[in-house]
Design a protein around this ligand. Structure first.
Ligand code: ADP
Ligand code: MG
Length: 247
């Protein structure tokens, strides 16, 4: 049975007079990919930053796994089960793939574990990192220096680093940006694997990938949701076609 893991109600973010995100309501379900599309400046990144706690909303609220997390810091929201990848990379290039994932795993020792012995914390972080590396398909690149792997693999590594914190909700901002078609295909396959057991918000410009991956779509223009539904419903929506898809 699927469940709502993240629920945002009437989210608004104003920068001066500009409502970058205007009364947006969105639910993210476990085992489902929810894509947000819209032209540049629509408010997609701002929405992602609101959900992750990197920005505080002007109005509205956010529930994560049934808890009101409105106004929480990004660190606290991360510990509560939300993982995000940034458009800008967090990878430490001189370190190996394994070291990057292992560091990310360490950065999130759950609060509940503070009484554990150091040895068991180290073991748990090792196990989290191993699982993340495996899930992201990066075992073969384990001992490569991050600077030496391909651009597509670096994006996989960012996702592995996010997975190492064991999130239940994943926010991915343009994971396919700058990829060739073979790399994009690998990333699409990875995102489909990650759909299992996660709720996912996907901001992506690659419409082929979006329509192949998304269970649900939200279309934003100028901070507002202008349409939403299944890919088939959104494709058939005349207002979306004129405002955005240009078909
Ligand atoms: P998208 O990711 O869909 O391209 P953004 O969320 O980045 O859109 O931006 C939405 C709008 O908010 C744009 O008009 C942008 O210029 C504005 N904006 C974003 N961040 C800020 C900020 N920190 N201060 C002022 N305006 C911002
Ligand atoms: Mg953006």
């Amino acid at each position: 049975m699927s469940e709502v893991l993240l629920s945002a109600r009437g989210l608004t973010k104003r920068f001066g007079g500009l409502a970058a995100v205007n009364a947006v309501t969105i639910d993210l379900w476990r085992d489902r990919i929810h894509a947000v599309i819209g032209p540049n400046g629509a408010g997609k990144s701002t929405l992602t930053n609101l959900l992750s706690g990197d920005l505080a909303p002007t109005e509205g609220g956010i529930e994560l796994a049934g808890r009101d997390v409105t106004g929480w810091s990004p660190e606290r929201i991360s510990r509560a089960g939300l993982g995000r990848s940034y458009q800008k990379t967090n990878i430490f290039l001189p370190f190996t793939v394994w070291e990057n994932v292992r560091l990310a795993a360490q950065s999130r020792t759950p609060h509940a574990a503070r009484w554990l012995t150091l040895a068991s914390k180290v073991r748990a972080a090792n196990e989290r990192a191993e699982r993340a590396l495996e899930l992201a398909g990066l075992q073969p690149r384990r001992d490569f220096v991050a600077a030496a792997i391909s651009h597509g693999e670096q994006r996989q590594l960012e996702i592995a680093m996010t997975l190492a914190t064991e999130p239940r909700v994943l926010l991915l901002d343009e994971p396919l940006a700058g990829m060739g078609s073979a790399e994009a295909e690998r990333m699409v396959a990875l995102l489909l694997r990650l759909k299992q057991d996660h709720a996912m918000l996907l901001v992506e410009h690659d419409m082929d990938a979006v329509f192949a991956l998304a269970d649900h779509l939200t279309v934003m223009v100028n901070g507002q949701v202008i349409a939403g539904g299944t890919p088939a419903q959104v494709r058939a929506d005349a207002s979306v076609q004129s405002a955005y898809l240009g078909e």
